[in-house]
Design a protein around this ligand. Structure first.
Ligand SMILES: Nc1ncnc2c1ncn2[C@@H]1O[C@H](COP(=O)(O)OP(=O)(O)OP(=O)(O)O)[C@@H](O)[C@H]1O
Length: 331
């Protein structure tokens, strides 16, 4: 991981609440805390994996980081500039710097447009390139994702899932971004095709000096690609650390549960082992730790207090939000 310590995106106590407020008659409307009290630095050149069960807030956090959505609380800065301010004042610059790759490659591409038109759009609108510059850039982009130039004249439905995802990656790359948010980019693909796409991503990252935010519920994919990993549960980051620390020395009982229910190799934790019915009601969150109902270590204190995330048990760079973390193995 190059220049590992330069912060690119700094998230300070970010929060995103959906709904809420009051009716005309003063009755409180239900609110969902999709992201709560998230503090995290994304370092330049790293791949930060974000893992957790469906509904834990991964996509909401990613949308906040890319300026597609704004936090209802806290602050997010990109290279020191306030993202909320930037999103209003200079959305184009932000759109160029942070690009998105979605889970479903085919439906994220406009079916009525040729690949050439799709890939040219950011070159025209964001980079203001002339025709000759665009032709050169299109050639580079197709080469970067290992697709022959003939594919430029085809329509999205003519592509396989893996090819369409490579087009999705080329489109993200077209804007010459610094960060690419990859939201479940290989989840819809066959395992053999997943490996191809992950290899391309790995290659592009070093070639273009990119930073990746890699969201997935698939632990084996996150383990294979990430430098650091953030584990989310019910809108909060419950564990954060280097890939090796989180996978080899997990501290949070939830991380344990995820890892134990998906033993390596080929682990794929999807549901977290337990019944998802045990997830708290997002409209009626518990007072204390949201993991209490599923936790083997929970105490009365956990039921009434939300554990802060800190390095107390993990050491430098390895944080967990737990009053009673799993015991760290000694070498
Ligand atoms: N626009 C919205 N309006 C209301 N609630 C929302 C909205 N977007 C997300 N939520 C809620 O916020 C919580 C977090 O959702 P989010 O999509 O971020 O989770 P996720 O971890 O990305 O899940 P998945 O893996 O299923 O995409 C969920 O309870 C979800 O229902």
């Amino acid at each position: 991981m190059p220049e590992a310590n330069e912060t690119l995106i700094a998230i300070d106590r970010a929060e995103r609440i959906f709904g809420g407020g009051k009716t005309l008659f003063g009755k409180a409307l239900p609110a969902v805390h999709a992201v709560q009290d998230v503090t995290l630095d994304v370092k330049k050149g790293e791949t930060l994996g974000i893992v957790g069960e469906s509904g834990c807030g991964k996509s909401t956090l990613a949308r906040l980081l890319s300026g597609l959505d704004l936090p209802t609380g806290g602050k997010i800065t990109f290279e020191g500039r306030d993202l909320a301010h930037e999103a209003k004042k200079n959305p184009r610059a932000l759109a160029r710097q942070v690009q998105y790759v979605f889970q479903d490659p085919v439906s994220s591409l406009n079916p009525r447009k040729k690949i050439r038109t799709i890939l040219e759009a950011p070159l025209i609108h964001l980079l203001k390139m002339n025709k000759a510059e665009r032709a050169k850039r299109l050639e580079e982009l197709m080469d970067a994702v290992n697709l022959a130039p003939e594919f430029l004249e085809r329509y999205p439905h003519e592509f396989s899932g893996g090819q369409a995802q490579r087009i999705g990656i080329a489109r993200a790359l077209a804007a010459d971004p610094e960060v690419i948010v990859l939201d479940e980019p290989v989840s819809a693909l066959d395992v053999s095709v997943q490996a191809q796409v992950l290899n391309i991503l790995d290659d592009l990252k070093s070639r273009f000096g990119l930073t990746y935010l890699f969201i997935s519920h698939d632990l084996s994919v996150v383990e294979s690609i990430s430098d650091r990993v953030a584990v989310m549960y019910f809108g909060r980051i419950v564990e954060l650390g280097s890939r090796d620390a989180v996978f080899a020395e997990p501290l949070h009982p939830y991380t344990h549960l995820l890892l134990n229910s998906a033993p390596a190799p080929g682990r794929r934790a999807v549901s977290g082992g337990d019944s998802e019915a045990e997830l708290p009601d997002p409209y009626n969150p518990p007072k204390g730790c949201a993991f209490f109902a599923r936790c083997p270590n929970g105490t009365e204190h956990c039921q009434t207090h939300v554990p802060p995330i800190d390095e107390a048990q993990g050491g430098p760079g390895h944080e967990a939000a737990c009053f009673h973390p799993m015991v760290k193995r000694t070498a």
